[in-house]
Design a protein around this ligand. Sequence first.
Ligand code: UT7
Length: 325
Amino acid sequence: MIRTKIIATGACVPEQVITNEDLSKIVDTSDEWITTRTGIKERHISKGENTSVLAIGTAKMVMERAKVAPEDVDLVIVASVTPDYGTPTLGCMIQKELGLVNAVAFDVVAACSGFMFAMSVADKYIKTGVYRNAIIIGAETLSKIINWEDRATCVLFGDGSGGAFVEASEEGGILAEELGSKGELWEILTEGHINCANAFNDLKIEDDPEYFVHMDGRSVFKFATKTVVKSVANVLEKVGLTKEDINYVVPHQANSRIIDVVADKLDMDRDKFYMNMDRYGNTSSASVPMALNEMNEKGMIKRGDKILLTGFGGGMTWGTMLIEW
Ligand code: UT7
């Protein structure tokens, strides 16, 4: 049976590191509040690098690690809520920069669940034999859509990109998945609204207050814990596995308290949940592939390991994917 298997991983972040201490100089907050509520200590913030720079850096790294030639790449899918442009897509910008002349490239939008959505789309093409391989990237420059005067949101997010090279394989790969969306809750987490300013009305693009991230933190917290727990249980049930069969869970790196609740409700060993939000904050669609890449670089993952990737985010959306390494 043909499955979609991760062959290589990679990541790329801006150099500039902003600590909780740095943030306490621009808004009324403290290292103590941010650390105890979120587990975040620092994050990488763009000095001007846009999302394409991070996405291209990651794509280059996964290609080098997978030892694939530019002309042999079939598909590029980027998940992002903060692309450089409405058009072109980040996928097309990667294609040009890396000379992927035979690939088809496009972006998907599913906020922090985006990497799982992009993997799922690639999986369908690969399983059906349409394409043999794909570069899958999650990339964000959230710093450009954050209101830096809103302490409730500006302390949570960071910039970064992570990704994988996947290809058709007879062994391992994606074993099961669940994607979901609950549009009725969309108003609890929004960003990037573009109003209808034009030459024949009084609206002004720059006057749109909804351009910046707006979040009802408590509602998102409730949604996240409930949804992730159910989704993980559903995916395990689909393949007849139990939590004991799982080597690692790579959750969306939003908040360590959410992960504590999820581990507790699933009655799973907290040590199986990989976390690096202390150094990167919440990087939305980039968070799961960045964490997976870090584990891979540390040599933590071995052949045959079963790993759950799981995320939730704006939409509201969620995605859980069980992979065998
Ligand atoms: O990928 C998207 C994922 N998003 C999330 O995962 C967010 C999920 N939600 C959360 O993680 C939490 O709701 C937050 C960390 C965002 C907030 O924690 P909370 O315990 O729900 O705090 P709160 O919003 O209820 O605020 C409690 C207090 C308020 O003060 P008062 O009204 O009690 O006086 C806030 O004004 O904390 C205050 N506060 C802050 N204080 C210091 C809010 N932000 C800050 C801050 N520093 N940065």
